[in-house]
Design a protein around this ligand. Structure first.
Ligand code: AHR
Length: 509
């Protein structure tokens, strides 16, 4: 059956959706790296979040919190971006090596003006990645650094032979180099990373990238600092002036800010009207248009799609929780954020031919965090449970979707209530993920999968009583992932009713 392609624009008012999963059309691989994370020296992301030091009473392994290690391993985090963010373009890596008590201190000018004692540096970060079994994504300093400084950082980390930087690494207790592929050449160089024009940055990129060498069998995958949201000109200039030969990836940063960036506030993380919820989702769905338009520019210069589009900062950005440091960006996380996260991942799946990396901001205690901590307590947020549910899509083959969705309407405004993605993993298991954004109406569907002979059907769901439900340290299990038993599969048709405000993933084996 040929339904109109895709999704987002095609809406009609009813409580039934038509979904076709094109199991006969294998799409691109959904890179596991779109499930990446981001840890900046900001608020309590690093300090108190992932790192407490070896002498802490909080249970730790070599200074890293054990509860967070277990949580991250469970969701198989594929990569971790560090040290920023805006912090990256003020970070001088040599301040963060050697004996911790001798490391110079600095002011974290972007984030609360607090003293950064550099006790978490290159060794602490790269050893953490090894412990987690995740790939490091290091972001170098273009804004206030030098070509020499960045070049020597690469040598320090990755060179195996005799050299001044490799020997310095050995003096600091690490004999063998680390393996580092993902290498960012600056961050937000249109803003906190130097307020540059794209023309100036693209020249600097070429200069810096030239001296980021491949040592031994280490191959750097260099990522150019990309556009701010819909700054399509930035992408145009970078693709024209740098191009596929000199960068592995080009980044994009886009945050969902319900009330915008103005002085009136961004909106509360936990107290919002349905109208504000609607706006949040409308803005989150804008990611589809953004990627489509940036990708069209990239296609013009790179029709073979060699350059990966890396959405290496995204997520919801609300007002900080009352009483917390405004520079620490600490916010709660509700069912609304779970719906936003799953919707965004469905968009990334759809664009998996171009989007090959993404990093939600940020991993612990900052913005749309997957984990929150308070002293020795830790809580998994609703967003965490989406990462857990969606991990089955990592490195699976995307299956195109045809969808006619009922509308979700507020006043005269309409959105497609459903968004859907599907993939087939290496064992032939098909996973279908469906988000119902409508907070009041359940939606039923007979989803067609063609000639798929599945022997078993199982499912998982994330939902809650209210859009604003969240997990607190006192009540950590208000929004969790549970089994969903309401799906049936017969003769190529998957029948289910998706409850209001829920995310479901069905496995067909
Ligand atoms: O994630 C918080 C900040 O948002 C980052 O430091 C910066 O890159 C972006 O503006």
């Amino acid at each position: 059956m040929a339904l109109l392609m895709l999704a987002s624009a095609a809406v009609f008012a009813a409580d039934k959706a038509e979904v076709v999963v094109r199991t006969d059309q294998a799409g691109s691989t959904i890179s596991r790296h779109i499930y990446g994370h981001f840890a900046e020296h900001l608020g309590n992301c690093i300090y108190g979040g992932i790192w407490v030091g070896e002498n802490s009473p909080i249970p730790n392994t070599n200074g890293y919190r054990n509860d967070i290690i277990a949580a991250l391993k469970e969701i198989k985090i594929p990569n971790l971006r560090w040290p920023g963010g805006c912090f990256a373009d003020e970070y001088h890596w040599k301040d963060g090596i050697g004996p911790r008590n001798e490391r110079p201190k600095m002011i974290n000018t972007h984030w609360g003006g607090v003293v950064e004692d550099n006790s978490f540096g290159t060794h602490e970060f790269l050893n953490y990645c090894e412990l987690l079994g995740t790939e490091p994504y290091v972001c170098g300093n273009v804004g206030s650094g030098t070509v020499e400084e960045m070049s020597k950082w690469v040598e320090y980390i990755t060179f195996d032979g005799e050299s001044p930087m490799a020997n310095l690494r050995r003096e600091n207790g690490r004999d063998k180099p680390w393996k580092v592929s993902f290498w960012g050449v600056g961050n937000e160089n249109w803003g906190c990373g130097g307020n540059m024009t794209p023309e100036h940055y693209s020249d600097l990129y070429r200069n810096y990238a030239t001296y980021c060498r491949n040592y031994g069998d280490n191959r750097l995958l260099k990522i150019a600092g990309g556009a701010n949201s819909s700054d399509y000109n930035w992408t145009e200039v970078l693709m024209r002036n740098v191009g596929a030969g000199q960068m592995w990836g080009l980044s994009l940063h886009h945050y969902t800010v319900p009330k915008g960036w103005g002085p009136g506030g961004k909106g509360s993380a936990t107290q919002f009207s349905e109208d504000e919820y609607f706006t949040t989702m409308e803005k989150a769905l804008f990611m589809d248009e953004l990627i489509t338009k940036h990708a069209a520019i990239m296609d013009k210069y790179d029709p073979r799609k060699r350059v990966a589009f890396c959405v290496d900062e995204w997520g919801a950005w609300y007002d900080v929780e009352p009483g917390t440091n405004p520079g620490f960006l600490y916010q709660q996380n509700t069912l609304r954020d779970a719906l936003l996260c799953a919707t965004t991942m469905n968009i990334f799946h759809k664009h998996s031919d171009r989007v090959r990396m993404a990093n939600i901001a940020q991993m612990v205690n900052v913005l749309q965090a997957i984990v929150l901590t308070k002293d020795d307590k830790m809580v998994l947020t609703p967003t965490y449970h989406i990462y857990n549910m969606y991990k089955v899509h990592q490195d699976a083959t995307n299956l195109p979707i045809e969808l006619l969705s009922p509308s979700y309407s507020v006043g005269t405004r309409n959105l497609p209530a459903l968004n859907v993605s599907a993939s087939k993993d290496a064992n032939g298991v098909i996973h279908v993920s469906i988000v119902n954004l409508d907070p009041k109406k359940a939606i039923s569907t007979n989803c067609s999968l063609g000639q798929v002979a599945a022997k078993s059907v199982s499912g998982q769901i994330v939902t809650a009583a209210d859009l604003a439900t969240f997990n607190s340290f006192e009540k950590p299990n208000e929004v969790v992932m549970t089994d969903f038993k309401g799906a049936k599969y017969k003769d190529g048709v998957l029948s289910l009713t998706i409850p209001a405000k829920s995310v479901i993933t069905i496995a067909l084996k």
